[in-house]
Every structure is written in structure tokens, then in C-alpha cells.
Design a protein around this ligand. Sequence first.
Ligand code: AMP
Length: 511
Amino acid sequence: MPHNRNMYCLIEDRISEAGPDPAFVMADGSVVTYAQLGANVGQMANALAATGVKPGDRVTVQVEKSLPNAVLYLACMKAGAVFNPLNSGYTSAELDYFLGDAQPTLLVCQRSSLAVLAPIAGKHAVKATLLLEPDGTGSLVDLSKTQPNEHTTHVCAADDLASLIYTSGTTGRSKGAMITHGNLASNTEALCATWRITSSDILLHTLPIFHVHGLFVALNTTLSQGARILWQPKFDLDTALRLLPEATLMMGVPTFYTRLLSSAAFGRETCRNIRLFVSGSAPLLAETHVEFKDRTGHAILERYGMTETGMITSNPYASDGRLAGTVGYPLPGISVRIAEPDGKVLGAKEIGVIEVKGPNVFKGYWRNPEKTKAEFRADGYFITGDLGTIEPDGRLSIVGRAKDLIITGGLNVYPKEIEDELNAFPGVGEAAVVGIPHPDFGEGVIAVLAKAAGADGERIETEPQIIEQLAGRLAKFKCPKRIFIVDELPRNAMGKVQKAELRARYGQTFK
Ligand code: AMP
């Protein structure tokens, strides 16, 4: 019998050992034990088979977060099917593209989207459609309940597909990233070791599960160790404040941490049992890191990753090694380097594109060999599209996305440098700096400032006052020519600032 590299094996081992222990504590306080989880996953895997899903087939899922949604993810792995989660915010044109591209055997959706999805599924010959509602009911669950608990875990090779995840596609069409069982298993093991996750951990889970962070990072690490998950449909400040004292671990996007800080009730007492706060998916402002440490005594551990690669780097576990504004060192088994667009590898402290190689790196873009070829170097490194710099000791800092680099009058401007300056101004919650068309310079630098959260937020100074002060600190070509003040920056579901949206909104400024 070949060694089974199915990612689900790492979780199944815990299910047999941790049987009566809680795996999930639901929002209403009810408990799902590891034994029950194992039975539910087995039933769901059989339901997939009963619907005609075979190993390698895609199961496209566009539903709100619920426990059966997580069970479906695990069941797809167990059955050797390919889990393809979609953000619930997609429009019908996007869904048409995804279903045509992924060609799933089974579509799982909510009754509320059936009118839109049924004709699209028909057009793309999707064999079956089942329902899963936000409250965890629906025809998928009904079918599952009639099935036996036992299902033999499909034997997989490390490079068999476990999941197909469409990238957020901020430029051009989103592409399906093919994530293998080996990618997930290696990343799970690296993260569990680095973050010291054990069966004693209790994770507050408030992230969505259509994305790498809440799906793979949060679920695979905890379930593979027999830890407990406080399962919440989404991040809600009051609920987080109520549940955090029971938790040892929280994983979040930076906006979760700024929202916690906006509450006067949040402090050391709330975090009395916490062992580790992890942040990622978008940059954590150095100010947030510092304020959080002052308020709670905890240094948030920032890590860096992306859909195509899982997690790449992490700040060290030792809390004095967690440096604000950096994303730490490559995880075990992963190599990171900085290169120029033509592939020339750069030295320490030089800014260039981050490239990564290791067992975490995805297999390629689904049915898109040209795009796959374009994003890999001949020696196997994946070109992330993020700009960064590495210290001589290997510590990585991110400077921004390559596509957000501003070239004004032929000179490079890295938005982060200007954003860091602006974030330090009184009353500024977060700054976003973008380049927009400019008749003389090609691109002109502008800044959009969001007011700090909280009623006692200080007033932001006026545009001329800020520009005058920046002029003393930044070279003239880097200084924003215009500054706009807004209540909130546009963000996607993972808290990332949508710079393309800002470029569109302010694009006519210099016309
Ligand atoms: P996604 O594929 O949606 O997970 O987005 C991945 C992108 O998020 C990366 O390529 C980075 O641009 C960004 N990202 C993830 N983690 C961080 C971080 N800690 N700091 C800055 N950017 C991050």
C-alpha cells in the first residue's frame, strides 16, 4: 500500500485519538466532538459519491460560512475531490466564468442564489446542484444524514489536487490556483511547528472559509493537532470580546485587530488566556502592532502568504523577535529571494520582486499553462508579484505589490514609504498611496487618508498642512500632489485595501 499523502490523513489521525474532545464549539454553545466530526465527514464523503462526484472532480461551493461548509471541505479531501470555494459576493457574470472554467460535477449553493445559478449551472452541464443554507440545513445535509459514517479515505499522491481557489483577480481575470494535498500538508506541518499549536489550543475562528487564511491556515493547523475551535460565522466585535477570554489563539486580518483596539473594553483581561495572535492577508500597520502591545502585552505575530503559495514567512515565535512592519523569516523548507523583473537575483536590502520555492508552492493555474509558465522561473521559483527586501539575516519586509509601484517622472515611488509617514499623522487611521495618470509625470502620487476609528479620534490636519510637513521629510517626487480624506478605505473581504478602486475613483484628478 503506498503511503497516503491525502491531507485529510493528518486530521483523521486526530479524530481517532481525540474522539470525545470538542472540535467545534458553536455560536450557541453546543459542542461537536472530534468523533462526531469524523462521522459527519464520512457521511458527507458518501453523499458526494452518491451524487456522482469522483476523485479529481471539482465541487464548487458558494455559500455562507457554516459548520457543514467546513465538513464539506474535509469530505472533499477525504473523497479525493477538489474543493472549489467561491466568495459569496461574486456577480452572475463572474459565476458564469468560474463554473465554465472549473467545470464542477457538483455545485453547492444557497436557495437565495438558485435563480441566478441554476441557468449558469445548466449552461455548463454541471451534473448536480445541492443546497446548503447559512443555518446549516439544506438538501446537501439531508442527503448526508442518510449516509453511512464509514468512507475509505482516498489514496492521494502529494501532487494530487485538493482545492482550486480563484485568486482575488484585482487585475484581469482571476485564475484558478491548483492547490495539492502536499502543499496543504507541508504548510500545516511548518505552521504547527512554528506557532507551536497543540491539542491544548482554543482558536477563535471568525475568518471566512472561502479563502486560504480561514480555510487552510486556521482549520488545518488546529484540526491536525486536536485543538478546539470557537466557531463564529463572522467577526463581530462584541462576540469577539466575549469569547476571547476563553481562547488561547486568534488568527485575523489587520482590521480585526484595529476593531478590537477601537473598543475601550478590550485590554489585558480580555486576553488573559491568549497564547498567540496571528495577523496576515494584508499589511499590519506598525502603529497597530505597537498600540496592541501597549494595551494587551501581546506582540501580534505577522505572517505573509498568498493563495498560490500558502504561508511563506512568519515572524518568530519568541515574542521579542516579532518586529512590527516585517513578515519574518521563511517557514521551514521554503526558500525566498528578491529579484528584478528580468530574473536577476538581488542582494540583501535591495528592493525587488519576492520569489518563492518550496513544497508549499501550488501546482499551477488551472487549464492555463501559459500563465503558469509566465509566473515561474526556470529554476522553479514562483514570482509572487509582491515587492520586498531581505535583511542580511534573512528577515523579509514587504514594500507593496509590484503593480502598485508608482513611476513618476521616471522615478520609482514605493507607496509603503509614504504610507508609513502618513500613518503617523494625528487622526489618520490608515493611508493609501496610489499613482494616477498625470500629464507631465506619467503618474502622479496621491494619498487617500481614512480617519482613525473611535469617537476620540483626533482631527486630521488639512491637505496643505500635511503636504507642507511631508515636504520636509520626503523627496519632492515622492510627496503626494493631492490628499483626500475619507471615512473608510475600500477593502475586500480579507481587509485588503482595493487600490484599483482608488485609482479608478481619483483617476481624473490631474486631467
Ligand atoms: P491572497 O492570495 O488573497 O491571500 O492575497 C495574497 C496577497 O496578500 C499577497 O500577495 C500580499 O500582497 C498580501 N499579503 C498577505 N499577507 C501580507 C502581509 N502580512 N503583509 C502585507 N501583505 C500581505
